[in-house]
Design a protein around this ligand. Structure first.
Ligand SMILES: NC(=O)c1ccc[n+]([C@@H]2O[C@H](COP(=O)([O-])OP(=O)(O)OC[C@H]3O[C@@H](n4cnc5c(N)ncnc54)[C@H](OP(=O)(O)O)[C@@H]3O)[C@@H](O)[C@H]2O)c1
Length: 345
């Protein structure tokens, strides 16, 4: 059994190691299943979990930890009291800490049966990002209240950003897309021609935002960049507006005290897909049905950037951080030889 591990936080390209254990895989306990994983994504959040938050002391004592929160594979065995699943079935798992390994043990209710028409790669991507989209959508609706918009999102070319754009086009949401460079802007314009795209590499990007919103201030900003950009984003918000923060791709920091939250009645709201587990079983079932529908009918929205063998985790991590990457990098469990970088689409 192969497992990617790290014993300290730091640059993933430095601290991640592949451990090979000749022993048998773990046994599932009551209500659990053992999944032989075939594919799992490299999400920015996985890398943040390895690095820790910049500027803060190490968040956890040294221990052997395996990254990864989602993936797809085949049920290898089931523990006592598991009736809904049986060995041999294809499943996608989330939340399932430790998916960067050949096997993972998860509670049976965290494994979703993969329909026949859905490919392995799509299945490996069909939970975290679509469920995050739903969490963002709910936060956005709450924050908008009676307002229709406008709304701005940062890192619009990200996998999540594309899901948000597709939903905005479908629902007629007045969304402005912000990216960091000209090539990302070109790409987004060709994918979503009806949505304005602005690159922060342009000196006048703030004026461009005002121009595209017809001078109306933003009601909501969906932001996963943060850092030094936060001040600018807050300046573009309407009084009473909301900054929804759900990631930290940018550098630098902005102190909360520097923001005119009180004077302008602004709200800063964090959103995390980890809170999805707080939803009721019925609500979760509806959300999973949405994710399955997306995987079956619009798999292109779950784009794959490249696929690497689990043993090439460092190369995979380097690719996942590459500027201009389009889609999500996958780690696969198929053993092959040589340099295993395969552009998928
Ligand atoms: N809160 C949650 O529960 C949750 C769940 C899922 C994802 N997220 C967050 O959502 C964000 C997007 O995730 P993803 O998987 O969709 O990402 P992704 O597909 O890997 O794409 C990353 C995107 O971020 C852009 N980017 C990278 N560094 C940047 C910077 N310093 N400034 C501006 N843009 C930058 C890249 O732009 P270029 O094209 O210019 O390189 C690329 O478009 C991440 O912050 C992630 O942590 C949060």
């Amino acid at each position: 059994m192969r497992t990617v591990v790290h014993t300290r936080q730091g640059d993933p390209a430095q601290v991640l190691m592949l451990k090979e254990d000749p022993g048998p895989p773990p046994r599932p306990g009551t209500g659990q299943v053992l999944v032989r994983l075939l594919v799992r994504p490299v999400h920015p959040g996985d890398l943040a979990g390895v690095e820790g938050l910049p500027g803060l002391p190490e968040q956890r004592p040294p221990e052997v930890r395996t990254p990864g929160v989602e993936g797809m594979g085949v049920v290898e065995s089931v523990g006592p009291d598991v009736r809904a699943l049986r060995p041999g079935q294809r499943v996608a798992v989330f939340p399932a800490p430790g998916t960067w390994a050949d096997f993972v043990v998860v509670a049976a209710d965290r494994a979703v049966l993969v329909p026949e028409g859905v490919g392995d790669e799509t299945a490996a991507l069909m939970l975290v990002n679509p469920l995050t989209l739903l969490m963002l959508h709910r936060a956005l609706e709450n924050a908008l209240g009676e307002h229709e918009g406008p709304v701005l999102q940062t890192a619009a070319g990200s996998s999540i950003g594309r899901l948000v754009s597709a939903a905005a086009v479908r629902h007629g949401l007045p969304l402005v897309n912000l990216v960091r460079g000209a090539s990302g802007a070109r790409q987004m314009r060709s994918l979503y021609p009806t949505l304005p795209v602005i690159a922060t590499s342009d000196d006048d990007w703030r004026e461009q935002v005002r121009h595209h919103t017809g001078g109306r201030p933003l009601q909501v900003v969906l932001d996963c960049v943060g850092g030094a950009l936060t001040q600018d984003l807050v300046r573009l918000l309407a009084d009473g507006g909301t900054l929804i923060t759900y990631g930290r791709l940018g550098s630098g920091t902005t102190a909360l005290e520097e923001l005119p939250l009180v004077q302008r009645g602004l709200t800063v709201q964090g959103v995390t897909v980890w809170h999805w587990t707080h939803r009721t079983p019925d609500e979760r079932a509806q959300d999973v049905a949405f994710a399955l529908d997306l995987a079956q009918n619009t798999p292109d929205l779950l784009e794959v950037a490249a696929r690497y063998d689990l043993a090439d985790v460092r190369a995979a991590v380097e690719h996942a951080r590459r500027p201009g990457k389009s889609g999500t990098v996958l780690l696969s469990s198929e053993r092959s030889t040589g340099t295993r970088e395969e552009a998928v689409r």
